[in-house]
Design a binder for this molecule. Structure first.
Ligand code: ARG
Length: 588
């Protein structure tokens, strides 16, 4: 379906043309004076200069031609030359009816279903998931679902940090504590034990210990770097140990991501491109894309127009050890080979902005990726506490992701049981669903690049711009539908037959922007646009609900239309929250 605003604009453009003016002047936008009109066109103001006449003359001429229009109820020319527009109810309800009868509410998919890789999550094996990992998971999942809805093959890749120094650090620390383990015995022959020598709890101790030591003890750090290189070069004991640590970590990660309803199509990591690296290095050397600089192989990525410092992209260290950059470049090569790509989207903390700029430039310069593939980095801000500093536990420690989820579940449970009585088990179940909405909406409603304050009280509130408010609205719609259905109305057959009330029209006008909103959110990679849209839609619905008696309406035509609109509102809201990565309970 054509976008709503496009349809109105076309009608306006024809009027400008008929009046003898340039079509392009007839652009319509949502009114910034909703007290006066629904939409407006400022084209006459721009036309005045061009045609050397007062803008009001142009506006008057165009307005006269719109008399009797099927689209506009009124087109009023006001000083100094604005066109204030109101739409015909029939035009609006016809569009909304078409939306409710079209797949994806009339959103048009692109002709070609190419692939988009969303690289998110990015946890590091051996390190515990903490609040810093929340945004990558939450925004990444929403972005992936948005890309899929927009009509692409969307693939989420967790891209674990499983090959870097953190692995060497843990290996070193374990060796200090348990030198007797067979993984450290160079003369070991045969199989290694099938049981992991470390648990997830052990990893939680080993890594911070090792990391602390390496900061104060250069010899220790040296050992860890050596261990990293040995692992990368295929040391059999270290590889066996690494596999154990991977299993233990991945199981743990899965359960945490599951609790956030975050799921990855690919469980790949930095280690998966080991085979690609030598080949890529050969290619880069052969084509002179990289050169030696202070012992390392680098690609220069500086451009004349740069206003900020742009250091070269280090591809590999002189000892052959691969770095974060090496695996990222090789991963680009690997993905480019395996998929017909449209976009690659990376989600990390915005402190990696410069890093990704370097990697993307290097990939383009060395032609590791086709020109038309978009490389996008979404750098997000920090999750802060109410004190404005990074979110911490009450004791001031790093907030584990598991802890955060369980705290908000508890808080939501309290809220739910405060307002009504229900069996414990049911309340727990509902609390889980609502808590997820609270966390995700609390995050996604912000522009990704901004920091935000994780405000448990605000996020779990049933009022205001929150996830629970959206869910509450959906539940309210469902319960009205259930009621009228129990009273004998055939819900499935109810259609939008017309528009009768101002608040009903306002809700329709809000919903009419759905397909344009999806397109923009996709293009700008901005789930916050979906949040803004559903918040407005929920507000518009609630105003309608408070003004109009829906279930008790006596005129059958009106009642049917109301029910049709309720169904559409519910479906659009549920589609949107599904893209955002959460769902609504049946009651709350
Ligand atoms: N493991 C990385 C980190 O903790 C994030 C990985 C992001 N993805 C990527 N392809 N670099 O910072």
């Amino acid at each position: 379906m054509k976008e709503f605003l496009e349809l109105i604009t076309e009608e306006m453009q024809s009027a400008f043309e008929k009046a003898g003016y340039d079509r392009d002047l007839g652009r319509v936008s949502v009114s910034n004076r909703p007290d006066l009109c629904e939409y407006q066109c400022n084209g006459a103001m721009a036309g005045a200069k061009k045609y050397g006449c007062p803008p009001i003359d142009i506006a008057n001429k165009v307005a006269a031609l719109l008399d009797g229009s099927e689209t506009f109820e009124s087109a009023e020319a006001v000083m100094p030359g604005f066109l204030n527009l109101k739409l015909k109810n029939t035009f609006v309800s016809k569009y909304i009816l078409d939306m409710s009868n079209s797949p994806k509410f009339g959103y048009e998919e692109p002709a070609k279903k190419s692939t988009i890789i969303v690289d998110y999550g990015g946890p590091n094996v051996a390190k515990a998931l903490h609040v810093g990992h929340l945004r990558s998971a939450v925004i990444g999942e929403a972005v992936k679902r948005l890309c899929a809805y927009a009509g692409y093959e969307a693939i989420g890749d967790i891209h674990m940090g499983d090959w870097g120094l953190q692995m060497g650090l843990v290996i070193t620390e374990l060796k200090e504590r348990h030198p007797e383990l067979p993984y450290f015995d160079n003369d070991h022959t045969g199989e290694y034990p099938t049981e992991s020598p470390v648990t997830i709890a052990d990893l939680g101790v080993l890594y911070p210990q090792a990391s602390e030591k390496s900061k104060n003890d250069p010899a220790y750090k040296e050992k860890a770097m050596e261990a990293t290189l040995k692992l990368q070069n295929g040391h059999p004991g270290y590889r066996a140990l690494w596999r154990h640590m991977m299993n233990v970590s991945v199981n743990n990660m899965k359960s945490i991501y599951d609790s956030l309803d975050v799921h990855f199509e690919l469980w790949k990591g930095e280690s998966d491109v080991q085979d690609v690296i030598p080949e890529m290095l050969g290619y880069l050397k052969k084509n002179d894309y990289m050169h030696l600089s202070e012992g390392a192989w680098v690609i220069d990525v500086k451009e004349d127009t740069d206003t900020k410092e742009m250091p070269p992209c280090i591809v590999i260290k002189s000892d052959g050890a691969s770095l974060y950059n090496t695996t990222d470049l090789a991963t680009i090569v690997d993905r480019e080979r395996n998929y017909d790509l449209k976009r690659m989207i990376y989600l990390t903390d915005k402190r990696q902005d410069l890093y990704f700029e370097q990697v993307f430039r290097a990939a383009r310069k060395a032609k590791l990726v086709k020109d038309e593939v978009e490389l996008l980095h979404i750098g997000f801000g920090t999750v802060n506490g109410k004190d404005g500093h990074a979110f911490k536990t009450r004791e001031g420690g790093v907030m584990r992701l598991e802890q955060l989820v369980s705290d908000i579940n508890e808080k939501t449970y309290e809220r739910i049981t405060e307002s009504r009585q229900m069996p414990e088990e049911e309340a727990r179940e509902i609390a889980k669903t609502v808590a997820l909405a609270a966390i995700k909406y609390g995050d996604l409603s912000n522009q990704a690049s901004k920091d935000y304050i994780f405000d448990m009280d605000k996020f779990t509130s049933f009022e205001g711009d929150t996830g629970p408010y959206i869910l509450y609205t959906i539940v309210r719609i469902k319960s009205i539908l259930q009621r009228v259905s129990q009273e004998g109305t055939d819900i499935d057959k109810a259609n939008i037959t017309g528009c009768f009330e101002p608040t009903q029209k306002a809700l329709m006008l809000q919903l009419s922007g759905f397909n344009a909103m999806i397109k923009n959110a996709y293009e700008e990679v901005a789930p916050n646009r979906i949040c803004a849209f559903i918040y407005e839609a929920a507000n518009a619905f609630n105003r309608f609900y408070h003004e109009v008696k829906i279930a008790t309406e006596e005129d059958p035509v009106k009642k049917e239309s109301y029910i049709g609109l309720l169904k559409l509102t519910r479906d659009i809201l549920e589609t949107c929250i599904d893209i955002l990565g959460f769902s609504a309970p049946e009651k709350m």
